[in-house]
Ligand binder design. Structure first.
Ligand code: NAD
Length: 491
């Protein structure tokens, strides 16, 4: 807790490899969502802070880009080893600043490490093609880094989402500036320490804390050439439009409202376990979380078991905390509003908080709204809490129609034992990531992560194979050494 005797530290920006105090007088408390403990103060940095970071990054990047990609990834091998060695402490840090459970934090760290592992394979991906396009004339393509690039990230995966971008962008020869969520800035500082310990030259990975002001400064800065953004749809659109207006390459992943279709032939136990895990994991604060269950026909035996499981779970024990008191109030607003709109509050999580949980934590237990209509707020809005809305449908086409008409398009899933039905759904669902009997269909590397529609703005990918394209630009070289082979006008 913050007391007069024990003031909490103000977090530094990490610029040019050094801890640097922000020039801003604006600060926010960083709070452990599960206990209310104040962990530090995060400065809301200024455009001047960013400018210094860009200058240092730009100077360092020139030497970094001169190394071969094989040399650059050596740092990542060391980084991976360090993250594995220090996994307990890193897991604990995620728990403290984000409020998720220890197994969830360990899972997040494992995914962050997997992203580093993918980036170590960049030399294999970077091996290019050569084609004799005409007798004696060869074409080949070289890739070059963009220079200084930025990543702007959300609170819900403070270690994984930055690592979706940083390892590949850096291995590709860029210098990356991370603007992490002001609600979870500690992991960003820890990542900077790990990169430093792994031997990354100073200035190649920087951290500048802040809020809207610094995000706008990133969009406007002439020497930042690309932005990877992950967060809500509202801000994704703002960043995409503002960054693009300044001629930057921008990929902005936004929010979600994911639909899971349950068919009568679904495997009962697998479906129950999977839906519950998808909706309640990370207290529902995942862009891949199950949000609306479209129940096709008579699937009550499955729904009854899902509700029973929800009822048995306690916040503060089985599921973690909500990130802030404001976010908790917002979720409570949805719970209060659902009955007024005509949905049935089948499981009310407002009181399902474990006795061992801190009274100062932001907890809400798993909640189910049944017999909701597609137009209800709980069926349309991203709640970002441990809730599941059930909408009853007569046919798969009716369910598909509801899914297809939602403005988002991150993930959609179907539970069925029929390959034919799964294929029918997979072909028609209007989302970028589809699950078959999987409620969190995260495409792991080398497949890229990303949705459609209002869940994604801009071209390209931030992860997987496509991320190498996003963080580089190409130069096409056409070579001829002799005229002896001339066969047509092209040569
Ligand atoms: P957020 O949009 O509030 O914040 C994301 C980033 O934008 C933060 O760094 C924040 O400081 C900054 N920001 C916030 N408001 C801003 C404004 N008005 N102008 C400029 N910058 C601003 O998101 P969040 O609450 O941190 O994270 C939750 C959201 O992120 C959910 O909507 C979730 O679905 C989404 N998300 C999406 C993905 C994905 O891959 N599609 C992954 C994780 C989270």
């Amino acid at each position: 807790m913050k007391t007069a005797e024990q003031p909490v530290p103000t977090l530094p920006n990490i610029i040019g490899g050094e801890s640097v105090a922000s020039t801003s007088a604006r600060k926010l408390d960083v709070t452990n969502p599960a206990t209310g403990e104040i962990l530090g103060e995060v400065p809301l940095s200024t455009a001047a802070d960013l400018d210094l970071a860009v200058k240092k990054a730009s100077a360092a990047q020139k030497a970094w880009a001169k190394l071969s990609v094989k040399d650059r990834v050596q740092v990542l091998f060391r980084l991976k080893a360090l993250m594995e060695e220090q996994s307990d402490a890193l897991t604990e840090l995620i728990v403290r600043e984000n409020g998720k459970t220890t197994p969830e934090a360990a899972g997040e760290l494992a995914r962050a490490i997997e992203c580093v592992e993918f980036a170590t394979s960049l030399p294999q991906i970077a091996a290019g093609q050569v084609l004799e396009v005409s007798r004696g004339v060869e074409c080949k393509m070289y890739r070059y880094p963009l220079g200084v690039v930025a990543a702007i990230t959300p609170f819900n995966f403070p270690m994984m989402v930055p690592m979706w971008m940083a390892p590949t962008a850096i291995a590709a020869g860029n210098a990356l500036i991370l603007k992490a969520s002001e609600q979870t800035p500690l992991s960003a500082i820890e990542l900077a320490r790990l990169f430093d310990e792994a031997g990354l030259p100073k200035g190649i990975f920087s951290v500048v804390h802040g809020d809207r002001e610094i995000v706008e400064a990133i969009c406007d800065h002439p020497e930042i050439h690309a932005i990877g953004f992950v967060g809500s749809t509202k801000v994704a659109k703002l960043v995409y439009e503002r960054g693009s207006k300044h001629g930057k390459r921008v990929k902005a992943l936004g929010g979600a409202k994911n639909h899971l279709v349950v068919m009568p032939d679904a495997d009962v136990d697998m479906t129950v376990a999977n839906v519950v895990a998808s909706a309640t994991g990370c207290a529902g604060q995942r862009c891949m979380a199950a949000s609306v269950l479209l129940a096709v026909g008579d699937v009550d035996p499955i729904l009854d078991k899902i509700k029973a499981k929800f009822k048995s779970m306690k916040a503060g024990k089985d599921i973690g905390a909500i990130i802030s008191t404001q976010a908790k109030e917002r979720i409570l607003g949805f719970i209060a509003g659902a009955s007024k709109e005509g949905a049935e509050l089948a499981v009310d999580g407002r009181k399902s908080v474990d006795a061992s949980a801190s009274a100062n934590g932001n907890f809400i237990g798993p909640t189910v709204f049944d017999h909701a209509r597609p137009e209800h707020a709980v069926s349309c809005d991203e709640i970002f809490g441990p809730t599941l809305t059930i909408v009853r449908c007569k046919t798969l086409d009716e369910a598909l129609n509801i899914e297809n008409n939602n403005p988002y398009g991150n993930a959609a899933a179907i539970y069925t034992s029929s390959g034919e039905v799964a294929h029918y759904f997979m072909e028609r669902a209007n989302a970028g990531m589809i699950g078959v009997n999987i409620g969190v269909p995260v495409p792991r590397e080398p497949f890229p992560f990303g949705g459609w529609n209002d869940s994604s703005y801009g071209e390209g990918d931030l992860t997987g194979h496509g991320s190498y394209d996003f963080w580089t630009r190409t130069k096409k070289i056409t070579t001829k050494w002799t005229d002896k082979n001339r066969s047509n006008w092209m040569s």
